[in-house]
Write a protein that binds this ligand. Structure first.
Ligand code: DGJ
Length: 725
């Protein structure tokens, strides 16, 4: 029994059904007379089991909804024409699965959360699937994954093994609307919304990373004559995200009359195959799903809390992210001991806590043509190694961090000259270079061992507290000619598992180190990464206005604490030769996540140094609210000339609002900001304003004037609850 008086997992034996209950939602599934597991309900939590449509009437479980039967985990076989979660080829060539119920059990996960495991088995062959449901009751989420097992003596091949299928409630009026995140390099995680129409739409990546082009997240809401669609604050939203950093797919499929929509997702079935020998198991990554009646804002907050409370590596999950400096935009590959020390000295004066050296410190790395793979310290740039720089950084009171790109090699490197067989390649085909580099085959145990060893040595020999792990090209010619033919397509999964395994082992051996995931920016912004890395480099686009759009989309799924944002001099959105937004605006834009500095600090005047130091100080005063609190998107850059976001601490005692103008014509006033998430009856003061405290309810109902100075274009408003008397 949960503290709130409900069972998160119930088996209703007489009904041959299961009911999963969270704080506000319920999810039901049951067996039909043939022992097939069908989906019954996903939506608001209702008072009585009898309230749930279909539950308690097992005969209705057999109803087929047109061509799209509401199977909980559809396997390809029989009258099955929609996207399957499972497709296998047995040793005798049979390619048809009939999954029926075998047994179920309840477990407690390592984090104490309940997990329901329902085992289905093929009616003839020795294929079993354990469907896992981990119930995150306080965040209204269900984490689903599947484990496929060969319980016989003949091998078989998995051709598709997705994590889960989410069946949406049937619609009798209106349409589902799909919200997803897509983009490209420099413009990641932009929000797209389209009505779902009949047919099958697949969002995916085939690039061996989750990718900048599509992000493994979806949300669905309903648009109908009586329901105009969910807003930030209200309306039903069903959503999900895959915990995977490699090839993935989310297929949204609709059949009509009544409209049924189904979302299947997991590791991309494209070019996938996995051999299961007798006794072997294959575990899919998890696909997290949730429903909320509280609009897109609540969907995001539920996902964010899940990341902070359960997913992010525990050692650092609840620690405040330090303000870092990264020299990439300042000096590119031109990192030398003297120049880095000069930057470090200025960074320390600004209040920076972590000094990070980016690309260029190793091998013969003068630019991007050479050096990847040769992870020895470049003697010309650092004649006595990195330790003199690290010691100086530490003496200045900062931690030291380093950039690496372990999965790549330049053909112009000692490593590649010694091991040309270590990269993905096909015989009789050229090896396409991206950024003059090739991708190492991490599926090979020798490559994974080499990678672990040099990183382990680097961390053992230096006082390094932070690693930025980069990945700068997508896969081509994905061959592994030395592997048995039936295993060659396992590379996509094996690569990601090896990546996670290396990071996890390094974390065990070097527990003080925090890890940033990066793939030319946000190419690996995904929940899979956040089970192993602490934060994410969101985009190489550091323009403070562009970032508002990129960050808005990012925040739909991913927690602000993970969202690294540097303050730089980039002015892409202002246009060539234009000055671009003020320093304050740049800081405020970055302060909506975890702040870094990225400009050439040598270019700051003394006046700017003081201004920056004050802004860093200001951020340190509010970052616990941003990084640990709940996010409310008050006004979107997509629909307003003013963007505003608000963060509220979990105890609702503190809040901060960051607001930005992005165009101001004389007829446009400044809209009031209707705050959210405050305690209605509590009184709050607005820092720096000579106004009496206002109740939370009045700030939410009547709003607050942003008082934006049009020349500066942004404002930070801090609110504190008045101490109880
Ligand atoms: C791509 C990253 O996104 C940048 O921040 C920088 O680290 C470069 N790679 C270095 O090559």
């Amino acid at each position: 029994m949960d503290q709130e008086g409900f069972e998160a997992v119930q088996y209703l034996e007489d009904k041959r059904a299961w009911l999963l209950t969270t704080r506000h939602t319920a999810y039901a599934l049951g067996l039909n007379e043939g022992g097939q597991l069908l989906h019954l309900y996903w939506g608001d939590r209702l008072p009585y089991p009898a309230d749930y449509p279909g539950l308690g009437r097992p005969e209705t479980y057999a109803v087929e909804n047109g061509a799209l039967r509401a199977d909980e985990y559809p396997a390809w076989g029989g009258f099955m024409y929609s996207e399957p979660c499972l497709k296998a080829t047995f040793a005798d060539g049979v390619r048809d699965q009939v999954l029926v119920y075998a047994r179920h059990r309840q477990e407690t996960g390592p984090d104490g959360l309940p997990v329901l495991v329902i085992t289905l088995k093929d009616s003839f062959y020795s294929l079993e699937v354990d469907l896992h449901y981990r119930v995150v009751a306080e965040s209204d989420l269900i984490v689903r994954w599947a484990v496929v097992r060969n319980s016989g003596s003949e091998p078989f091949d998995l051709k598709t093994a997705l994590s889960a299928a989410w069946q949406m409630p049937a619609l009798h009026d209106g349409s589902y609307r799909l919200t997803h995140l897509s983009g490209r390099w420099g413009a990641e995680t932009l929000i797209n919304q389209n009505l779902v129409t009949d047919g099958r739409l697949t969002l995916d990546s085939r690039r061996n990373m989750s990718s900048a082009e599509q992000n493994p997240f979806f949300a669905l809401d309903v648009v109908s004559p009586t329901a105009p669609g969910a807003t930030e604050e209200a309306g039903g939203v069903w959503f999900g995200a895959i915990e995977w950093s490699g090839n993935w797919q989310i297929t949204v499929e609709q059949v009509s009359r009544p409209t049924r929509v189904y979302v299947a997702g997991g590791v991309n079935a494209f070019d996938f195959s996995w051999r299961l020998e007798a006794g072997e198991e294959y575990a899919t990554p998890a696909f997290v799903g949730g429903y909320t009646a509280g609009g897109f804002g609540q969907a995001s907050r539920n996902l964010h809390r899940y990341q902070l409370d359960h997913l992010l590596p525990r050692a650092h999950a609840r620690k405040i992210r330090p303000v870092l400096y990264n020299s990439w935009e300042a000096v590119l590959f031109n990192v030398t001991e003297a120049a880095q020390i000069a930057l470090a000295e200025r960074a320390a004066r600004l209040g920076v806590e972590l000094f990070v050296i980016d690309d260029g410190w190793f091998g013969q790395r003068k630019d991007d043509h050479a050096g990847l793979g040769d992870w020895y310290i470049n003697q010309e740039k650092f004649p006595q190694g990195l330790n003199p720089l690290i010691e100086r950084v530490n003496d200045l009171g900062m931690d030291f961090g380093i950039w690496v790109e372990p999965e790549m090699v330049n053909p112009d490197s000692d490593l590649y000259r010694a091991h040309p067989e270590w990269v993905y390649h096909f015989p009789n085909r050229s090896r396409s270079e991206g950024r003059f580099q090739l991708m190492l085959n991490l599926a090979r145990p020798d490559v994974a061992a080499y990678t672990f060893d040099w990183l382990d040595r680097l961390l053992a020999d230096h006082n390094i507290s932070f690693v930025k792990w980069d990945f700068n090209r997508a896969i081509t010619e994905p061959g592994w000619p030395e592997a048995p033919a039936e295993r060659q397509r396992e590379i996509y999964v094996r690569h990601v598992l090896a990546l996670y395994g290396i990071v996890d082992r390094l974390r065990e051996r070097h527990p003080g180190v925090t890890w940033e995931v990066c793939a030319s920016g946000g190419g690996r912004a995904d929940l899979g990464a956040f089970a192993h890395f602490d934060q994410c480099w969101v985009s190489d686009n550091t323009d403070p206005f562009d970032r508002l759009l990129i960050q808005e989309g990012y925040s739909l799924a991913y927690a602000p604490k993970t969202m690294m944002a540097w303050v730089t001099g980039t002015t892409w959105s202002a246009g060539p030769g234009k000055a671009g937004p003020s320093l304050k605006y740049r800081f405020h834009s970055a302060m909506t996540g975890s702040v870094g500095l990225g400009e050439n600090l040598n270019h700051y005047s003394e006046e700017q140094m003081s201004q920056v130091a004050a802004l860093v100080e200001e951020y340190k005063g509010i970052r616990h609210i941003v990084q640990e609190g709940d996010l409310y998107r008050l006004s979107s850059p997509r629909s307003s000339h003013l963007t505003a976001v608000q963060y509220v601490t979990r105890d609702r005692a503190e809040a901060v609002v960051l607001a930005f103008l992005h165009s101001q014509h004389f007829w446009q006033g400044q809209p009031r900001l209707y705050l959210r998430g405050l305690e209605p009856a509590r009184l709050y003061t607005v820092e720096g304003r000579d106004e009496p405290p206002a109740s939370g309810q009045s700030l939410m109902s009547l709003g607050l004037k942003p008082n934006l100075d049009a020349r500066e274009g942004s404002v930070l408003i801090r609110l504190r609850a008045v101490a109880e008397v």
